[in-house]
Ligand binder design. Structure first.
Ligand code: MN
Length: 484
């Protein structure tokens, strides 16, 4: 599916590539032993290396290397057995070294792929160009004092994986699907927590537009440091429309860095190419090239868990779920685990419906994740047991679920207390049917004159008369016999 923007002078296509900075999940930093935890008192997790004291020497964190290789494997990417750390030189207050240690010419991970799960249930492949390791910078704090800015170096030196995509994304929806998928993969792998609101995943969005059918890429603008999926999608939409307006007014889009203001909903020029940095990259003389063996990579490969794509295929093949439902259930590892507990011993499609429709509605209302669900997989499983053995009808099950959510009681206790057991006793149902029929001569006539649809109305009346407790298939069958 392509996303085309209709302009005054013809149709335009959006071209987007993303650079995602993902903080490596590791207890200590990329080249020092200090802690990486989020939210600590400013400047309490800073070693001599992180503060760039004269004479300090970086020592590579083995675990961060492992995590980067693991992520590369999760992206079906080529792992480069030799990679090299380079210095990227620039001056900024939150960068005490005066350079960032990064990997420009020889990244640890080469080309890979990410599969997008789109809204309409289809999938599309997006190329990953590379993944390299680099240091994060500290943080400037401008809101602590009216006149001065402060620096917090807690984040300084934390390991990042910069994941660069090919310009294969064509719409805001693609961008959303890509970021969600990437987040899902790193969370499954345990290599990044993916918390965009804590800044552990941020992205730079490269946007350009071109005429539909045009092969060459036009100048792009880079929108820096976008920190939510929604903002990234908005930034693409807004920036693409701005560029189209520029071209349609006869102008040229300049290659530049822009900032996205989510409050006003616009992008603003930050610096143009004229002032572009010359980073004067060169290999870091303090660090040897990083040499890995194939055996080392293979050992890590053996620890890779089942990832969302494989899990989705399994749900479709084994459980007969639709591509959309399977995609929703595997997106978060916690959700998938919850679902699998529920699907065990129950109709997998029914279990999927309960999670996606009923449970998700509750979680959304309470704004909690599935880990904090008021109803555990075990409890919901017991509710489905009562449905399965016909103790309750599916209508009553929804009521019981609501009580479970609000009162935290188990399904069987609620059914017992409120007398919600389904009536499967045919005599009781027959009595209810007889009463409805005797009260509704007009509808009986309609049915007999060929209006089959009115049978549904009769079923509804009987269900009402039994407070929803009659077994619907039984009611249906008996009604049709009676009305004959
Ligand atoms: Mn970077």
């Amino acid at each position: 599916m392509s996303y085309i923007i209709e302009g005054e002078t013809g149709d335009w296509e959006i071209v987007v590539g993303l650079e995602v900075h993902a903080q490596i999940l590791s207890e200590s930093k990329l080249f020092s032993g200090s802690e990486t935890s989020f939210g600590a008192e400013p400047n309490t997790h800073v070693s001599l290396v992180d503060a760039a004291m004269p004479g300090m020497l970086p020592v590579i964190n083995k675990y961060c290397v492992e995590q980067s290789v693991r992520t590369g494997l999760g992206l079906n990417a080529k792992i480069n057995l030799t990679s090299v750390f380079d210095r990227k030189n620039y001056f900024y207050a939150d960068l005490p070294q005066g350079y960032q240690i990064s990997q420009l010419y020889h990244p640890i991970v080469g080309e890979g792929t990410v599969i997008l799960d789109l809204e309409d249930g289809t999938t599309r492949e997006v190329g990953v160009e590379r993944l390299h390791m680099e240091q994060d910078a500290g943080k400037s704090m401008h809101d602590q004092d009216p006149k001065r800015s402060f620096i917090d170096l807690n984040r300084s030196g934390t390991g990042l994986m910069e994941i660069v995509s090919r310009p294969d994304l064509r719409s805001p929806e693609d961008v959303g699907a890509y970021l969600r998928k990437l987040r899902s993969i790193v969370r499954y792998l345990g290599t990044c927590d993916g918390n965009m609101d804590e800044g552990s995943m941020r992205c730079d969005v490269n946007v350009s537009v071109r005429r539909v059918g045009e092969a060459k890429l036009r100048n792009r603008a880079e929108v820096k440091n976008v920190n939510s999926v929604r903002f990234a999608m908005q930034a693409v939409e807004i920036e693409a429309r701005r560029q189209i307006d520029v071209y349609e007014d006869g102008g040229e889009v300049v290659q530049e860095t822009r900032l996205f203001d989510s409050v006003i909903g616009e992008t603003r020029s930050m610096r143009s190419k004229e002032y572009a940095h010359d980073y004067r990259y060169f290999p870091d003389p303090d660090l040897l090239p990083l040499e890995l063996t194939q055996e080392y990579v293979d050992n890590i490969k053996a620890t890779i868990p089942e990832l969302p794509d494989a899990r989705k295929d399994r749900y479709m093949d084994n459980f007969g779920l639709s591509s959309y439902d399977a995609g929703v259930l595997v997106a978060e590892c916690d959700t998938a685990q919850y679902y699998e507990k529920l699907a065990k011993g129950h109709d997998p499609k029914l279990a999927a419906n309960w999670v996606i429709s009923n449970l998700f509605a509750v979680l959304k209302e309470k704004s909690v994740g599935i880990a904090e669900s008021p109803v555990s997989a075990e409890s919901l499983s017991k509710l489905l047991d009562l449905l399965k053995d016909d103790t309750i009808s599916s209508r009553i099950a929804k009521d019981v679920f609501e009580i479970m959510v609000n009162e935290g009681k188990e399904a069987d206790v609620i059914v017992e207390e409120k007398g919600l057991k389904q009536i499967t006793d045919s005599e009781a149902i027959e009595a209810a049917i007889d009463e409805v029929i005797s009260k509704s001569p007009e509808q009986v006539l309609q049915y007999k004159s060929g209006n089959e649809k009115i049978a549904g109305w009769f079923v509804g009346q009987v269900m009402k008369a039994t407070q929803g407790k009659a077994n619907p298939p039984l009611v249906n069958q008996m009604l049709r016999d009676k009305l004959k």
